[in-house]
Design a protein around this ligand. Structure first.
Ligand SMILES: *[C@@H]1O[C@H](CO)[C@@H](O)[C@H](O)[C@H]1NC(C)=O
Ligand SMILES: *[C@@H]1O[C@H](CO)[C@@H](O)[C@H](O)[C@H]1NC(C)=O
Ligand SMILES: *[C@@H]1O[C@H](CO)[C@@H](O)[C@H](O)[C@H]1NC(C)=O
Length: 357
């Protein structure tokens, strides 16, 4: 996060457009404020998902045994995918694989190769094993917040309701990494045409596909790993690409890490976290570890000041330093909190509440 904000302020300094600068700042400040909340929410959703899925799994195994004795297998299979099957387009590589292959060129400042590695999960953490149960260390990855579209693609390819025969499909997933593709064009003065290039080409390709024509695209969907506002440019000189404003997108359902609340075609999904448990037992063990841990401070703030006017993070940091009895500071100035250390996770684990900004 901090890495991003310093890169960001660097690019903002260069910008001559004051209006864009202010807009960006206010959007970014509130987006990052939401980020940790989203991460916490995601964790809860993962927990809920497991809690809800786990018993139903054992129930479904039981019913499977029951059904196998009374029913033929095909009807059992269709029961498992009651909403139908998903077909995953095999897109030309320029829309996904080639972007990942060129990972050193996805961002104006750094290589993104680690962030997009491992099907979007990122590298397995090293150095986290000191403080946590030893066998859980492999469940923690340095997952990048913007890799949701890569993770989603890898997972749906293995989904039990995926079909490789389009005529059997109820829904069509378009594995275009729109957020990965646009990232490097966001922070520098690329032209509107350059920012829209991948999106325009993709939609041209798509409208010639026979299964697009079948329902005029209304059974198609995509996953967007960056916030919707990165794809909603109205004027050439404004922020982002205009992907979502392109006519064909009016047909396509979008899963999005930050949706536009007024767009009924968008569905929010959480940002990815770094915890990727491989079994229910991993999750149970982690929950037990977290719940039984002694909380030594009431609040924790992890972050750094930003070089912007009325910086909210600076105010929060100052409050936290002044209340050192109850508030713990992990000051990211000068260090790369983005790459994470055990210190950050430990600060979260040792605290009752977190400040997010
Ligand atoms: C951005 O604009 C500057 C000044 O007009 C120019 O020198 C530079 O090449 C531009 N960069 C890009 C990526 O277009
Ligand atoms: C298909 O979708 C496009 C874009 O939304 C729309 O302009 C067009 O009228 C639709 N065609 C049909 C046959 O529904
Ligand atoms: C923290 O304490 C310093 C020194 O007493 C004071 O100047 C500053 O205003 C305080 N910060 C906040 C946010 O209250």
């Amino acid at each position: 996060m901090v890495e991003h904000s310093s890169s960001e302020s660097q690019s903002l300094k260069k910008s001559k457009n004051i209006w864009l600068k202010n807009t960006l700042n206010s959007v970014k400040v509130s987006l990052y404020r939401c980020l940790w909340l989203s991460i916490i929410l995601l964790f809860q959703i993962v927990v809920l998902n497991f809690v809800l899925c786990a018993p139903s799994k054992s129930i479904s195994i039981n019913t499977q045994i029951l059904q196998e004795t009374v029913m033929p297998l095909p009807s059992l299979q269709s029961n498992q995918c009651q909403s139908g099957m998903v077909y995953v387009y095999d897109l030309p590589v320029m829309y996904n694989k080639e972007l990942i292959d060129n990972c050193h060129d996805l961002d104006p400042w750094h290589s993104r190769c680690k962030a997009v590695s491992n099907d979007g999960l990122g590298p397995i953490t090293a150095g986290l094993s000191d403080g946590m149960p030893e066998n859980l260390a492999p469940a923690w990855y340095w997952t990048d917040m913007f890799s949701g579209e890569i993770i989603y693609h890898a997972r749906i390819l293995k989904h039990k309701c995926r079909t490789t025969e389009p005529e059997l499909a109820t829904a069509f997933y378009i594995p275009f990494y729109a957020g990965v593709a646009v990232a490097k064009y966001l922070f520098t003065n690329y032209t509107a045409k350059e920012r829209d290039w991948h999106s325009e080409m993709l939609l041209k390709w798509l409208q010639d596909q026979p299964y697009w024509k079948r329902a005029n695209g209304s059974d198609h969907f995509i996953m967007l790993g960056r916030m919707t506002w990165d794809f909603r440019r109205s004027n050439d000189e404004d922020w982002g690409s205009s992907f979502i404003h392109m006519p064909l997108m009016k047909q396509i359902l979008r899963l999005c890490v930050e949706r536009n609340p007024w767009d009924h075609l968008e569905i929010s999904v959480p940002y990815p976290t770094g915890f990727h448990p491989k079994s229910k037992s991993d999750l149970d063990q982690w929950l037990n570890f977290v719940q039984t841990r002694k909380r030594r401070s009431l609040f924790t703030f992890v972050g750094a000041k930003r070089k912007v006017k009325s910086d909210f993070r600076s105010i929060l940091l100052s409050h936290c330093y002044n209340e050192s009895e109850s508030c713990r500071v992990v000051d990211c100035a000068g260090t790369r909190c983005y790459d994470g250390t055990w210190e950050i996770l430990e600060a979260f684990l040792d605290s009752e509440f977190l400040f997010t900004a």
